[in-house]
Design a protein around this ligand. Sequence first.
Ligand code: GTP
Ligand code: MG
Length: 184
Amino acid sequence: MDGANIVVLGTDNVGKSESLYSHTVVVDGREQSLNLWDAPYSQDLSPESFMCEKRVQWADGFVLVYSICDRASFNTVTRLIQTIKSSKDYLGFEKIPIVIVGNKRDLHHRRTVLSEEGRLLALSSDCQFYEVSAAENYHSVLMVFHGLVDRIRESRMSVKKLAGIKGIVKSMSAVFARRRTDSL
Ligand SMILES: Nc1nc2c(ncn2[C@@H]2O[C@H](COP(=O)(O)OP(=O)(O)OP(=O)(O)O)[C@@H](O)[C@H]2O)c(=O)[nH]1
Ligand SMILES: [Mg+2]
């Protein structure tokens, strides 16, 4: 795999920027450079906006961040998943490279979104899920990026595999088509 474009989305103040300190990951002994796109949340970036759509098209993978103390930020992640699924052409067989991140795990006394809710959202939308504390635990954030890179790789491999099968089918049909014309 040669790098990847990753977009980090979520409402304001959930810890998107805080999550970005690690942006090289080592996969199969090789350092992968990740192009990360993060910007302050604004109305322009709401899930239904044109700017959001543009970012979705650019990205190979998605980190969707909410704060476990902010219910609205969790609801936005649900909407972002819908936007991503409806604007990218996923073929159905590949794993969609989305990681849902519940941040600020250290603030458990102010928690309003249960871990189970995050896990359930991930399960029902076929995404990965982590709860982290970006400000405190660098390793948990690293895991997020590793998980995402794995998924991007898997989805690229299944696309390649399908292209390979299509190629074989095409050349086989060419052979048969030739036979048919030969026998005329
Ligand atoms: N307690 C705690 N605070 C955090 C954590 N992650 C981020 N923060 C704090 O939350 C605030 C917002 O973090 P940012 O990373 O700037 O949030 P953002 O999502 O990039 O926000 P915008 O750029 O405004 O959209 C900062 O004060 C961070 O220090 C965390 O895991 N725990
Ligand atoms: Mg930011």
